[in-house]
Ligand binder design. Structure first.
Ligand code: FAD
Length: 299
């Protein structure tokens, strides 16, 4: 099913994100992750593309396993930097023949200067990729957005202007970058509303469960930690189990607040750790069933 129809039928849409193993690891290792997540009954599971060094070649295959073996709706991430439009066309055809209808259209991260060989780019921005995907009539297209502004942007106003252009090129929904401050997200959503961006937006939540992960995230994507979270890290950084517990509870509290505010969707970055996702879902099991009942009443 196209994800835009999921949002039409039921809100909030609850989704999970996984990443493929590295190329040196057999693809089969992903089965344990999927087995641990499928019983949480997410509305869809997304599969990243080359993020964090995972293998790009596996993305289509894992999306295929989710959709056609597990019967779980899937969203295949796709980046375009350093790709030719011919290569992108090849991937779109692979997705089409496997009946995968949903794509998260991304630019991808810029490599460091010495590795940057994007000297004659066919794709400079994700909006260029959206245009190419849109030329096929069978895909539902999502895009990324950045409540705190994208890390490269010189001004938030420009970032919003480019986001609006990306949406106008044909996006059906958005997923946000990780954030830790819900109030900041609500301000961002208000700005999008004023700009006339009316497509559904899922809030990206990452349970932070160890100190190394926190450092990597804040450095890579610029998401700011709240004072509350900094205090938690300061207190428990040398006690991994306590920090993990606090990270799970922090993410749970963020989700409960977002659900209470009527958010369109929650997208949980699982980091391929089913146990963490299971603990969060167990924390909100009654809340989730209340929301399902509410949406049935609305329909
Ligand atoms: P864009 O929308 O192109 O924006 C990138 C920058 O360019 C922004 O600063 C924007 O303001 C600017 N810009 C846009 N259009 C213009 C224009 N016309 N002129 C000038 N400037 C412009 N990375 C992966 O490698 N694999 C993944 O699977 C992956 N999944 C992700 C999932 C989510 C939900 C998110 C939030 C990010 C993901 N990323 C992934 C990271 C993403 O690739 C990076 O954040 C990347 O730096 C930007 O991608 P984008 O699609 O947002 O780019």
């Amino acid at each position: 099913m196209q994800i835009k129809n999921l949002y039409n039928n039921k809100r909030p849409v609850i989704s999970l994100e996984i990443f493929p193993p590295k190329q040196t690891t057999p693809i089969n290792t992903i089965y344990d992750t999927i087995d641990g997540l499928k019983d949480l009954k997410p509305d869809f599971i997304s599969v990243t593309y080359g993020a964090g060094g995972s293998s790009r070649d596996y993305t289509v295959e894992i999306a295929n396993i989710l959709k056609n073996k597990y019967n779980v709706e899937t969203l295949a991430h796709l980046t375009c930097l350093n790709s030719t439009s011919f290569e992108i066309e090849g991937i779109l055809n692979k997705l089409k023949v496997r009946d995968i209808e949903n794509i998260l259209a991304l630019r991808g991260d810029l490599p460091s200067d010495d590795q940057n060989n994007n000297s004659n780019p066919q794709f400079e921005h994700a909006s260029d990729l959206v245009k190419q995907i849109k030329s096929h009539d069978n895909f539902c297209i999502g895009g990324a957005c950045y409540p705190e502004g994208h890390i490269e942007c010189s001004s938030k106003i420009h970032d919003l202007k480019y986001l609006k252009a990306k949406v106008d090129n044909g996006l059906d929904f958005l997923i946000t970058q990780i954030f830790f401050d819900n109030e900041m997200l609500y301000d961002f959503l208000e700005r999008l509303d004023i700009l006339g961006i009316k497509i559904p937006i899922s809030a990206g939540i990452m349970p932070v469960i160890n100190k190394k992960q926190i450092e990597r995230i804040t450095q890579m994507c610029g998401s700011k930690l709240t004072q509350k979270f900094k205090r938690i890290i300061g207190k428990y950084e040398h006690n991994p189990e306590a920090l993990k517990e606090a990270g799970i509870i922090y993410a749970t509290e963020q989700i409960i607040d977002l659900l209470s505010s009527g958010i369109d969707g929650i997208h949980l970055y699982t980091m391929n750790k089913p146990e963490v996702a299971q603990r969060i879902f167990s924390n909100i099991s009654n809340i989730r069933s209340t929301l399902v009942n509410d949406s049935e009443i609305i329909i």
